[in-house]
Design a protein around this ligand. Structure first.
Ligand code: ADP
Ligand code: MG
Length: 730
């Protein structure tokens, strides 16, 4: 029996104590966070007012006030059982990082007290020389600083033996350059705020003080049994299977989507939700996804900065809690070939401090006009900067997903739905015509469109789709930190909001505002036609059609990342103070490097699996075949055993076939070794190109032959868990 077969008997749910009366979520929601209400209860009214002013108007608090908040935060955390604190930050690897310090401070021989100062709250200094900086910091000046981000509440992470206070932070170099994912996001929200306010003022909205982006990321993931996971080097090393024959039953019956959730999985989901609620993460939806053993969590949307922190925390919770249930949570974009991969649909919109969603069509024609102006800005942004949107999701994992036929293609287009499309067409033509009942009531004098807000039609294949009151960017990878895509969306839209405002200002010249606005919207509707697509984005015809429209279709990560360094993009990010040129180029280098490292890990893992698992299993089977053949032939000779000629021929062919397959696999694996050797002499850009153009196809080729072997080699000799087991045994 193979190890794989032995493991089969161990697979079962963990024993859980039944919870008789689960607590109401509202009774413990956010109990482990030092949110604004908790802060208010723990500090003086003066300091609290100062903190609020800092948040709304940017007036920084004094050191005494910071000391008071630090002390309050410490007391609160210690009362909850925390003994350590950490500045929690998001370096450019896309993961989160923490370096823990104890609260203790020595007061005399053998005596300590718990202490936490404002200085320590505001700033930390991890010895951070190993985080990627893309050349921003030389190692000799490797100091990186973490600085408290007061817009995201501190929280407590629990483990079995203790609790840690985590302080959301940004991570910067000695000279103040962003070394993380969060500072650019905060900067982009600031840019968006300014530009959106500019436009709103034009529309007479003087009451609004602040505009910010909102985000609700839908998180897809797989769960598989930990016994299987541990037997798959590829899942452990690379997060995805590098080999594995398709299961006879995949997702073709679509019997999993929204199906009954198995008890084992639902228990996992309950625990994740419970832990998430304690941290103030507003999880809302949970369901089965399309592929077997694929699931989704979606939260209620929040301010982007918070949503990004919460999504990072959620991914960590999911991984941690899965283990408690004997499961492993796979966040890779394409853990299994041939079935759906996982994405993270990024729902994005703009909100003001009065509680309005700026992408919500309004009740009155005037509101609708403002909505259309914002919509036009979005269209223009995507039209001009599709390359940046694509680059914001460029990474090794997502390369398997974008363009595969279950995921949005690498071609960026916008879906608006029938109603909005006809409204835009009408504005463009400036004619009065009925679209459908209730859509357009009045296109009279000022030609103000009136329409209902329930634009319910959906297109599940569009990479950038309008879904009623928000846009949904579907090309984001499931493992990605969402900060970068949000940063890009915020920045490109800030620029277009400025453009729209400026155009309307010029066109109206102080009078006839509505017509001027309509004129600008109409021009944008006309100019952006080529990125609007309402059909099936997965279809081959769309690729052709997009080619005709000369829309870029950048499949390779290296090529897409290169777009970050274009003149126009550097200028854009510099203008909006989101990235300096140096910061942007640094990111380009880091992400190319990460791509290469990912592929090298994959290739080396594949090499080991082929040499140490696949080929030996093949030899084992070869030996079995050769021995039987040998025995039969000698029996024929010694005892005159009657052997059917055709049967004998078949046996020989089968053996030859196995020998040939093993040979192919070995030959290509050796070629892969040589390719990796060759790559070592190349710089990162060349290397990434080589990996995309040659290494990836070679790995696919090896895989094809390995998968054929898997289907013929004796089940007893095959130690690697198979797709049909990992995906269907629950
Ligand atoms: P859909 O049916 O289009 O998927 P849902 O209402 O189920 O829409 O929402 C999907 C996700 O979009 C949820 O996470 C939700 O919180 C988020 N969302 C809804 N409105 C907004 C908004 N204004 N801004 C950002 N995200 C939003
Ligand atoms: Mg979804």
């Amino acid at each position: 029996m193979s190890i794989r077969q032995e493991v089969l008997f161990k697979i079962k749910s963990v024993e859980l104590d039944k919870v008789k009366n689960p607590k109401k979520v509202s009774s413990y929601f956010a109990e482990n966070t030092f949110g604004i209400e908790t802060m208010r209860r723990h500090i003086s009214p003066g300091t609290f007012a100062a903190f609020k002013a800092w948040m709304s108007e940017g007036k920084i608090i004094t050191l005494e006030q910071a000391n008071e908040i630090a002390n309050a935060m410490k007391n609160w955390a210690i009362a909850k059982g925390a003994s350590y604190y950490t500045h929690w930050f998001q370096p450019m690897t896309g993961l989160t990082a923490e370096k823990h310090d104890s609260f203790i401070s020595i007061t005399g021989p053998g005596k300590v007290i718990e202490k936490f100062s404002g200085n320590k709250l505001i700033q930390g200094e991890p010895d951070a020389s190993s985080f990627p900086s893309g050349g921003i910091r030389a190692t000799f000046e490797a100091r990186g600083y973490t600085a408290w981000d007061p817009s995201s509440p501190a929280f407590i992470i629990e483990s079995k033996l203790g609790k840690t206070l985590c302080i959301p932070s940004i991570f910067i170099s000695y000279h103040g350059e962003a070394l993380d994912k969060k500072l650019p996001l905060l900067r982009s929200d600031e840019a968006l705020n300014k530009s959106a306010l500019g436009l709103l003022r034009l529309f007479g909205r003087k009451d609004v003080k602040k505009v910010f982006s909102t985000c609700g990321p839908e998180q897809e993931y797989f769960l598989i049994d930990k016994y299987y996971y541990d037997l798959r080097q590829d899942l452990v090393m690379a997060g995805r299977t590098l080999i594995g024959a398709p299961s006879p039953k995949g997702q073709q019956l679509e019997d999993q989507y929204f199906g009954t959730i198995k008890e084992r999985v639902v228990n996992f989901m309950f625990e994740v939700a419970q832990e998430a609620y304690k941290l103030g993460i507003p999880l809302m939806t949970r369901h089965n996804e399309v592929a077997p053993h694929q699931y989704e969590f979606a939260p209620i949307f929040e301010e982007s900065n918070l949503a990004a922190d919460h999504n990072q925390l959620l991914m960590e919770l999911m991984k941690k809690i899965a283990l408690r249930h004997g499961l492993v949570c796979l966040l890779h974009e394409k853990p299994f070939a041939g079935i759906n991969g996982s994405g993270k649909h990024l729902n994005w919109s703009l909100a003001d401090d009065k509680g309005n969603n700026l992408l919500n069509p309004g009740q009155t024609p005037e509101d609708n006009l403002q909505f259309l102006a914002v919509l036009a800005a979005v269209l223009r942004a995507v039209h001009l900067h599709a390359d940046l949107l694509r680059a914001s999701v460029a990474m090794a994992g997502n390369e398997h997903r974008l363009g595969a036929n279950e995921a949005p293609p690498a071609i960026i287009s916008v879906f608006l739905g029938q109603q909005l499309t006809s409204i835009l067409n009408m504005i463009e033509k400036g004619v009065k015509s009925k679209v459908s009942k209730g859509d357009i009531i009045d296109l009279g004098m000022d030609r103000l469109p009136k329409f209902n807000k329930d634009t319910t039609d959906r297109n599940r294949t569009s990479p950038f789709a309008f879904t009623g009151t928000k846009f949904e960017f579907r090309a984001v990878g499931s493992s990605q930190n969402i900060s970068t895509p949000i940063t890009v969306i915020n920045t490109i839209i800030a620029e277009s909001l400025d453009y729209v405002a400026e155009k309307i200002r010029k066109a109206s010249g102080g009078k006839n505002f509505n017509s001027a606005a309509l004129k600008v919207i109409s021009a944008i509707a006309r100019e952006t036609k080529k990125i609007r697509f309402e059909g099936n984005n997965y279809a081959e015809e769309w690729v052709k059609e997009a080619g005709k429209r000369s829309l870029p279709n950048v499949a390779a990560t290296y090529a897409s990342l290169k777009d970050l360094t274009k003149e126009k993009n550097i200028a854009l990010f510099e203008k909006y103070k989101v990235f300096s040129k140096e910061e942007l180029i640094a990111r380009y280098h880091i992400w190319i490097h990460m791509y290469n490292l990912t592929l090298e890990i994959e290739a080396n893992t594949l090499k080991e699996m082929v040499n140490a698992s696949v080929v030996p299993a093949g030899y084992e089977y070869e030996k079995l075949l050769a021995a039987t053949l040998h025995e039969l032939v000698s029996l024929k000779k010694s005892s005159g055993l009657k052997l059917d000629a055709a049967a004998l021929k078949d046996k020989k062919e089968h053996l030859s076939d196995i020998i040939a397959k093993i040979y192919y696999v070995r030959r290509n694996t050796l070629a892969m070794g040589r390719l990796l050797e060759r790559a070592r002499k190349m710089n990162n850009e060349k290397r990434a190109q080589l990996y995309f153009q040659e290494l990836r196809p070679l790995m696919e080729h090896i895989r094809k032959h390995v998968d054929q072997l898997e289907c013929v080699v004796s089940d007893d000799a095959w130690d690697l868990p198979k797709y049909r087991e990992m995906l269907f045994i629950k």
